[in-house]
Design a protein around this ligand. Sequence first.
Ligand code: GLA
Length: 733
Amino acid sequence: MSIRYLSEYKLFKIDTVNTTYILSITDTEGFIGHVYYGKLISDDDVNYLLRTSYNKWLPSQLPSERNNFMDMFPFEFAGSNTGDFRESSIEIEDINGNRSVNFTYDRYEIIKEGFNRNHEDLMPSLYNKSETLVIFASDKVLGLNLKLYYSIFDKEDAIVRRSELINNSSTSIYLTKLLSMNLDIDNDDYDMITLHGNWGRERKIERYKINPGKHLVSSIRGRSSHQENPFTAIVQKNADQTKGDAYGFNLVYSGNFMSQVEVTQFGDLRFCMGINPKNFKFLLETNETFSSPEAVLVYSPNGIGGMSRVFHNLYRNHLIAPNFAYSKRPLLINNWEATYFDFDDEKIISIAKKAKEIGLDMLVLDDGWFGTRSDPNTSLGDWFVNESKLKGGLTSLVAKINEIDLDFGLWFEPEMVSPVSMLNSMHPDWAIKISDREPCLARNQMVLDLSNPEVREYIFDSIATILRSCNIKYIKWDMNRQLTDLSSSFLPKERMGELSHRYVLGVYEIQGKLLKEFPYLFIENCSSGGARFDPAMLYFSPQIWTSDDTEAIERLSIQEGTAICYPLSSISCHIAASPNHVVRRETPMNTRARVASFGVLGCELDITQLSSDDINLLKAELEDYNSISDLILKGDYYRISSFNENNTHDSWMIVSKDKREAVFTFVQVVARHNNREFRIRLNGLDPNCLYRIESELFSESMTLHGNVLMNAGIIIPYAGKDYVAYQFKIKAV
Ligand code: GLA
């Protein structure tokens, strides 16, 4: 792994273990161009890659055709209004109302990095990078400086990019767009993969051919959103789980984003990613700097599966807090789908006692414990306990739960205020809204103005006071509505366009401050289910609530989509009631448990009402989960088949790094009249190793070599009914 400047070619070569990224500077004028991103290549022939054909078009050679050059050169970071009509990476408005901006190269630095995980940084970022290349560039007319950052890691095949704009001119400017990156590459008849969805159906994998024109994935909802995820992959047409080129991009940001693939008039491809310029207008005074969030770039020649595993390792080793990344997660029970708002201390304690009996570790008290809240209409912002529900208050409840030998976790929705709340009557100006305009309510609540430091302080103090007063190990941080009516009574009008971004920075500041004072605190982020499943949230919280749709069959494609870039150890999955509350489907306990064993398993049903048969089954499934939880935290994920694609069955594997142990799960979703048995080829095993395979399907265990399991496959008898799940435990003999 190295970053080097090859001065004879004016070229920067960034090598990770198996990939190479090259950018170069033109001979004259200092345009910064993209040269190559793909499989590792040697230094010897890099000059061969340089596109000398551009040279004759350089404005210094052919000033009369400057526009042609600007509109075809593969820029590393595209300016605007200076001849490049493709998507720009930066846009500004200067003091005279002009909007032209373009950067040329000045110098570079290569920095050796260290651990550097600091909650006081405004923006979450990957830690323990090994080296960073900084390209310094400037717009000489405007006096603006640009820094482009490229970071690599010791062992991961990933590059992290970001950008920074510094206003070194003597006047202020408006920054109206600053993306994290763009990448100009040749088109290879690629497909595009995105994660699309809505509430209860997050991150469904969509794959489509990239036709000429622009293909935009974005959010302007104030959160990364259910509808689109800040993830995009560009893959060869023939790429599948095991082969083909796959480029993956993921933005470390939780607010409005854009990610776009554009096929240009010449058939080239420009990809770009960063904060959405919509609802974004930042005033940059002299000497002020604006930094973009980080964008993660992964290239794998080993298909979509290869790409996913690089993301998973990267996030476990360099994003999720090291004290949690590989440590055992609490097996928790959450009371939401068990009780909704209808509970008191006795009910919670009865659930806790049963939870202890079946082997759970923690009880999480969800919405409805504070203010006068008995439905979604009141009390958000009033973070003091409702003693008519919880007699003796939280301290007493937590002590009782601890006596049962369970840890305690608590739900908050800190960014919100209910119109009917003490907080709103005391501070009506703290909500994001436009005076004179009827606020657009959602779930009867409004969003607090986190650009205001007083508001951030109130939120931090409210949570910290509770955490200081009782033994709370975990909080579920929820965020249940989108941002509308963007206006702040705190920001001056010339800074109103900064609200959406300052809001996101506010969330990061409060979560960072909490982790600083309570370093043991386990935060699970959540947003109406999974509307904030993004890498920035993973920086603060080792796992994220995946979806409010807790139904096992629905969860198959939600979890498959989420795992395309997020590690299984971050995907929170609960066993819920049958019939399920969201879709009313009935599924057996085993199937629910095995689907929830895809990621971090928990329970979310009224276990005090289960039959003794179901309790026994649940207990056995939890024991089973404990026996594979280490694999889930530390192992490699292989997608074997996809219900999303075949409409019949779903299966996946998790294999330990040393390939001595694995678990394979198969779900027959739909029983078809003419189905025979399935023959499923496994993946990720050592071909020469002899494995023992155990499953409830076999009366005796089988021993087979890895190459047989992977080439000939494993035979799974036709179940004859829907919604059946089997688990296979595989161990080297
Ligand atoms: C959101 C969350 C749920 C639950 C409810 C409580 O919808 O996703 O898990 O916490 O809020 O109101």
